[in-house]
Design a protein around this ligand. Sequence first.
Ligand code: APR
Ligand code: PHB
Length: 390
Amino acid sequence: MRTQICIIGGGPSGLLLAKLLRNQGIDVRLLERKTRDYVLGRIRAGVLEVGFVELMRLAGVAERMDKEGFTHDGTSIALNNEVFHLDFVQHTGTPVVVYGQTELTRDLYDALEADGAPIDFEVDQVEIHDAKSDAPYVTFTDRDGVSQRIDCDYIAGCDGFHGVSRQAIPTSVRREYEKLYPFGWLGVLSETPPVHHELIYSGSDRGFALCSMRNANLSRYYIQCSLSDSPDDWSDEAFWQELKRRIPEQFADSIVTGPSIEKSIAPLRSFVCEPMQWGRLFLCGDAAHIVPPTGAKGLNTAASDIHYLYYALLQHYQDKDSAGLEAYSQKALARIWKAERFSWSTTMLLHRFPEMNEFDLKMQVADIHFLRDNEAAQKVFAQNYVGLPY
Ligand code: APR
Ligand code: PHB
């Protein structure tokens, strides 16, 4: 088989890139390890920067997002029983859109399959070959166990943190930067109306909590938890009781609780791989970087990678100019590191760390009060949250 771009990974990164390129008549082939239903079963992020929204519109898959997504002009930030509103539109002129990653992934799959995109599900033993040559290729076994080979011009490694693409960059070349956080997030999905019309990021003496949503009758809540916890350690009742103790009383008294339809624990990690390209292999999204979810950047950092790679490939094929491809890693990393910083700083701001002493706690309170009281601080937070320019 031969294609122009072989995309490894059928998550948001790979799907969005595939749709954008196919719209321009560029031939792609997408390899996904799991089934479509398995991918769609993953409960992930929900806040989209305007850059992601615009890419979805450019890809022609934004109809449902535009109809069902919530536009949020700001967010609430709480510390124990105090809460203040931070207005994104007032400080930046830009809102964010709340629309589940599961839904946008479904929209992308529907659109790609409607126009007959070649997607191989349930592939195995994917290997990248000759990425540093002018004739790279990918081998794999298809769902029937038959060995296959795809010769291509370029390879997009969109296969997430546990994929094979990053490993194709020699360890002598690859630099990996990582910070592991000493806690996780216990997340619950419930078919209940959201407790508030916007998100609530809440720091408390008992630990962090987040109130989010997917639609008018589907809420997403998180509480900071121990890494030794498992979801089975937390009954629904115990979860709701702890969540109520970590958010301001006005919300704790009004929250509608209900049975969890999904309950999971995610560890928190900051991670960046440099470089994000190796010859004709380009890493995008979680394959290259991970952020703690506090700053809602996971999906949105994947979007800026796809933006840069899409336009670089377009420039190559349409203008015979490879400058964008040569600069991809440098350009993508410049924005990634800023998103890493924001995600790290919001995590430090709102979580209770085991090693914190009384002074550290006072610094955290002073930080949150400064954000509450200072226009410039709020403007900086809002600029980062809605998304720095591409
Ligand atoms: N071969 C083919 N596919 C693979 C392989 C492989 N060897 N390894 C992993 N995959 C697939 C996974 O099954 C997954 O569907 O690659 C896809 C990677 O998708 P994500 O992990 O969602 O990463 P990405 O598309 O970059 O999206 C980033 O997803 O994990 C969240 O928080 C993250 O919101 C962010 C977004
Ligand atoms: C979510 O809705 O899942 C969500 C929202 C904001 C975050 C993290 C997760 O910062």
